[in-house]
Design a binder for this molecule. Sequence first.
Ligand code: SF4
Length: 446
Amino acid sequence: MNVYDSHRMADTLAPAGFVETARPEDADLVILNTCHIREKAAEKVYSEIGRIREMKEAAARDGRHMVIAVAGCVAQAEGKEIIRRAGTVDLVVGSQNYHRLPDMIARAESGEKIVDTEFPVEDKFDVLAAPKHDAIAKRGISAFVTVQEGCDKFCTFCVVPYTRGAEVSRPVEKIVAEVERLTEAGVREVTLIGQNVNAYHGLGPDGRPSTLGKLLRRLAEVRGLLRLRYTTSHPRDMNADLVAAHAELAKLMPYVHLPVQTGSDRILAAMNRKHTRRDYLDVVARLRAGRADLAFTSDFIVGFPGETEADFRQTLTLVEEVGYAGAFSFMYSARPGTPAAEMTDPVPEGEKSDRLQRLQAVITRYQRSFNAGCAGRTIDVLLEKPGRLAGQIVGRSPYLQAVQVMAPARLIGSVRRVTVTEVGSNSLFGVLADETSTPALVTAGA
Ligand code: SF4
């Protein structure tokens, strides 16, 4: 979501004459778009501000005024504390207010210090400037589109409900218009994003709340769009309509990121996840019943307060039962202000680290086996950009695996049948299957 937000900030600042630079020391404006999920997130931001302060001082010696802004969830959580601790920062803008950046920057340029972290009444998406075609094209053929923000679930370890606020969904027609604009500029794959994306309930054209399943069906009709994905989902919101969409829509990729965090019912309850292990496995089974080639990834936390060896073993058996194609796994660490941060009975660090290694070994085994299962198969690959070798194109399989294939550059932006000849540690290698008889579905810019 921060990638998407950063793009929208750049789009909104473009009419004021700002262009992006890869060298922060050359910039008139540096925005740190921050994430609060990471461990010690605030401390990392202060250390980064220290680095940029040196650039600001060098710019001042050259007679230039550099404006420093801190945006995103750390800005939302820390507010004016940022300017108190780091006086070099000119403005602090929360994740719901960045549509006001042009005005704030104008004020900051005249020396005002600004903090804007209130949840606004207006919808930022109504005010943000639309991206220009050349900016979209530069970002590639795969794009993110925010459809939902915030979360009402209040898992006890998570800061999102406090930093991104309550669940809010964008109206269907506005999302469709954004996706149409992206595809007109050459985008071929869209990932719908939201902290709790399958809780989507934006207003449909009939004025009634829609669902993610209905939204996906509508977007599947957009001309030129080849692939749809969405992330991140909550097991509780995986309703029958969304399960059916997976069975119906060829454009919806058979790949679902479905966080579970732990396989133990006792720890799921302590995490306030609002589902049990059985509920989760039922969702997986319903999705697979509709689409047998569906692959799952997930998120895991090990060493949540009170987690015993027996609880942890439940996580290992869950990984084996689902057979994930991949997963993110982390050792629990407290986030200030969350209920879990107040819990007693911490798991010793050495134990956490041991459990993480054991979990990752199992996840890696299943991931390797999933990738190895692609060898010799012919799969659809969306060709995305030139590879490192001359004549090589990098694409993505339906399961987000990078696929390297020798192919002419004119095929970028099309889905091609590729036979996988080799499985590497980070990507698959393949050859175009039947180049002559399989037409490119759509080429970039067509
Ligand atoms: S559902 Fe996800 S975003 Fe919401 S509180 Fe739980 S972990 Fe955080």
